[in-house]
Design a protein around this ligand. Structure first.
Ligand code: 3HC
Ligand code: NAI
Length: 714
């Protein structure tokens, strides 16, 4: 709703009230319509200020309402009515003015903001475009170039930047409502025509700026519809009168609204928030478990991951002891880490990085810290040795975390004095950039340890997801069948390019083979060797440990091709460290020879089969994970894939995608592929998938409830 009060000096104050972000729900819109009418009719009122309760102007349209029928007064005429008022109306912006919130402010005649406020039109990130006049008013106010940037990226900008761009009339460090009241009193009676943005001309599109932008946006958006529609709306602004531009805005918005992509992106918005409200099978959860404050931490092992983790901690203001036993690595890291920190701090607009880092080759130096993150090689015996050492060196109560990619957290906990204080903190490379953190709880991890790791992740700006302790945890466990299918497809006749193109067309930034070349092919090779699947003495057959196995990636490694780092992998590069993947005749000859050796006849494989085999195998493992209670709900899996594995956000995440495709269809296709490949257990449909189909394929939002009920009854 919105409240109305008349302040001394003839100013009407309208306050939006819808905690926590004063989203423009039907009740708020009705409140605005009513209070604006009241201000208009009240002869004692000469000017109006619109603000939001509890230090937040407005977070935009109420996203929760998008799922149901449209009720209450629509936004567009409401904002028009404000713009048409013949008394000056000012928006007093505190906290946020986002989406419909900024569009409301653009309908006001003046905009005054607190210096800490954030503004933006993030609709594109929800699969929409600014549909309450934002795409038509903003370019009239700040020009096409700046509007294009804000609308197609959806980025939030500071009040200082908004002032510079011309969105704001004034920025203050003081009480913004007081400032706005004083402002409107001063301007009362002045002509308002030039303040009504819809009446101003839009700057023309000189030098075909928008055509060029369209080409770039189409390339970048990888199948996402909203960025393209945003440019189309700006083209309408530049070429059509305002009213027709608004019609185009509405038409584009309707198309987007009815697209599956908007639903997927809105689901992704809420899943990001759902995972913060974690709960464990033990009943411990975000609202009943206290996190410890952490101000001093240590990182053990300063390789690829350790360096990034040190930087991420230091950026959060935590003092870090960085330990590395190899002299050469330590020397390199002592140079590289401060430079990385400086660069990242600069990128985030921080003059000086807040945390202090000290380097050491001595594990004894971690005795005073409150939390340790181990990031040594992925070798259980080495990690056990490090954990034994840590538990004897650290003071009681220190949290001991491992960045292992998939080893057993409980085994590590078992060698410490306080197993309850051991959790996994699985970062993704580069750790100071990637948003995902899997917080792995073992059977003995205490709620306090999980809460502390989750809280620390949040402080570092990560999307932290609590996951159970199983080989590969959630993300890497699901990656295994995906990679496996990609290799089988090569055996059957596909090329690395064909597989990658199908996945990139779906929206992944990189196909599976390009991604493997980037990560280094030796990583998986080492894991397979440890698992006894390959190496000296292992027979080179296509069945290992009772199931279909493709030795292709092992043979590529044996040929010295480890990916980008060696300049050769599934593709060829300009040299070691090269980034541009080019098709390599060696790979094609190698694949032909391999097929001939194993009597395999290459067949032509359609992109649809590539997608089904790779994605449905991955999704199937997601259902197994839910069934095993290693993830609390589909949102957790989807957040992991969107933030850690490049799953295209406009497809929501693998589990959401399964719902969109239809669970019946996924089941049927898995049955089909499993029938054709009975030696591939990952293609056998999961029991949970079958059960969901049997009860009529409920929407993804209902799965958690269904799984919990089943668990209680089993
Ligand atoms: N509608 C409904 N609920 C919203 C919301 C919105 N626009 N914005 C935030 N919320 C809810 C969140 O879901 C969360 O709910 P929960 O407590 O039940 O989990 C609660 O508000 C708090 O949100 P956050 O946890 O995200 O709080 P933060 O303080 O970290 O962030 C924020 C606040 C920056 C406003 C962030 O919530 C945000 O980015 N919100 C979305 C803003 C947005 O995209 N607006 C555009 C909407 S579309 C639109 O306006 C269309 C128009 O053009 C017609
Ligand atoms: P890396 O090989 O780059 O670095 C490991 C570092 O640990 C080396 O510098 C080594 O000298 C050091 N080290 C070894 N024993 C030590 C000891 N006893 N004390 C102190 N330092 C010691 O390895 P990377 O890639 O950083 O991986 C580290 C861990 O992170 C592994 O468990 C890995 O599985 C995991 N991980 C790796 C990811 C990646 O993309 N590289 C992603 C997520 C997790």
């Amino acid at each position: 709703m919105a409240t109305y009060s008349r302040l001394p000096g003839s100013v009407a104050l309208i306050t939006l009230q819808n905690p926590p972000v004063n989203a423009l729900s039907a009740a708020v819109r009705q409140g605005i319509v009513d209070t604006v009418q009241r201000a208009l009719k009240d002869p004692k009122v000469t000017s109006v200020v619109i603000c939001g309760q509890n230090g937040k102007f407005c977070g935009g349209a109420d996203i929760r309402e998008f799922a149901g029928p449209m009720l209450g007064p629509p936004l567009v005429p409401m904002i028009h009515a404000i713009e048409a008022v013949d008394k000056p109306v000012a928006a007093a912006i505190e906290g946020v003015a986002l989406g419909g919130g900024l569009e409301l402010a653009l309908g006001c005649h003046y905009r005054i903001a607190h210096s800490k406020a954030l503004l933006g039109l993030p609709e594109v990130t929800l699969g929409l475009l600014p549909g309450a006049g934002g795409s038509q008013r903003l370019p009239r106010l700040i020009g096409l170039t700046a509007a294009l940037d804000l609308i197609t990226t959806g980025r939030h900008i500071s009040a200082a930047e908004a002032l510079k761009l011309g969105i704001l009339d004034q920025v203050t460090d003081n009480n913004v409502v007081d400032q706005a009241v004083e402002f409107v009193r001063r301007v009362a009676g002045q002509p308002l025509d030039s303040r009504r943005l819809s009446t101003l001309p839009c700057p023309p599109d000189v030098d075909s700026l928008l055509d060029k932008a369209m080409v770039k946006v189409r390339q970048r958006s990888r199948g996402a519809l909203a960025p393209v529609a945003c440019v189309q709306a700006l083209m309408a602004a530049a070429s059509l009168p305002y009213t027709q531009g608004m019609e185009k805005e509405r038409e584009l918005l309707t198309t987007l609204f009815n697209s599956g992509q908007a639903r997927a992106l809105q689901y992704a918005f809420f899943s990001q928030r759902v995972v913060g409200k974690w709960s464990l099978p033990s009943g411990a959860s975000w609202d009943n478990s206290a996190a410890r404050p952490i101000s001093k931490a240590a990182v053990i092992g300063l390789g690829t991951m350790g360096r990034g983790i040190v930087v991420a901690l230091a950026l959060t203001g935590i003092s870090v002891v960085a330990v590395e036993t190899q002299e050469k690595q330590l020397a390199e890291a002592s140079q590289a880490v401060p430079a990385m920190l400086q660069r990242e701090a600069g990128r985030r607009g921080l003059a000086t990085p807040p945390g202090v880092i000290s380097f050491s080759s001595n594990l004894q130096d971690v005795s005073e810290v409150e939390l340790v993150i181990e990031a040594v090689f992925e070798d259980m015996s080495l990690k056990l040795q490090v954990f034994r050492h840590l538990t004897s060196v650290c003071r009681p109560g220190t949290l001991l975390c491992s960045n292992t990619s998939g080893l057993d957290i409980d085994q590590l906990a078992a060698v410490t004095q306080s197993p309850g204080l051991v959790v996994g903190m699985h970062f993704f490379a580069p750790a100071h950039v990637m948003k995902l953190l899997e917080v792995v709880y073992g059977p003995r991890s205490s709620p306090e340890a999980v809460a502390t790791a989750m809280q620390l992740g949040k402080r570092m700006g990560k999307v932290s997801v609590a996951v159970g302790n199983c080989p590969g945890f959630v993300g890497n466990r699901m990656l295994k069948p995906y990679l496996e299918q990609a290799n089988f497809l090569l055996e059957e006749g596909a090329t690395p390019q064909q597989v990658d193109e199908a996945l990139e067309e779906f929206g992944f930034p990189m196909g599976v083979f390009r991604m493997s070349d980037l990560s280094g092919l030796d990583v998986g090779w080492r894991i397979r060797k440890e698992a006894g699947l390959t190496g000296p003495g292992v027979e080179s057959t296509r069945t290992r440990q009772g199931r279909r196995y493709s030795p292709l990636p092992d043979q590529v490694c044996e040929a010295g091709r480890l990916g980008q780092k060696t300049g050769r992998g599934w593709y060829q590069y300009d040299g070691p460290g090269g980034r541009v993947a080019r098709s390599d005749p060696w790979v094609h000859i190698f694949l032909e020879a391999y097929r001939a050796e194993h009597d395999l006849v290459a067949r032509s494989i359609a992109p649809e089969e590539i997608l089904e085999r790779c994605l449905y195998a991955l999704i199937n493992e997601g259902f197994n994970i839910l069934q095993d209670a290693m993830a609390a709900g589909p949102e957790d899996i989807d957040a992991i894939y969107v933030f850690g594995y490049g799953w295209p956000r406009h497809h929501g995440g693998p589990m959401f995608h399964a719902g969109q495709v239809g669970l019946g269809r996924i089941l049927e296709r898995l049955q089909h592929h499993h029938h054709n490949h009975p030696d591939v257990p990952h293609l056998k449909p999961s029991t949970l998938l079958r059960r969901l189909v049997a009860v009529g394929s409920p929407p993804v939002q209902k799965w958690r409830e269904f799984i919990n009920k089943e668990r209680v009854h089993s």
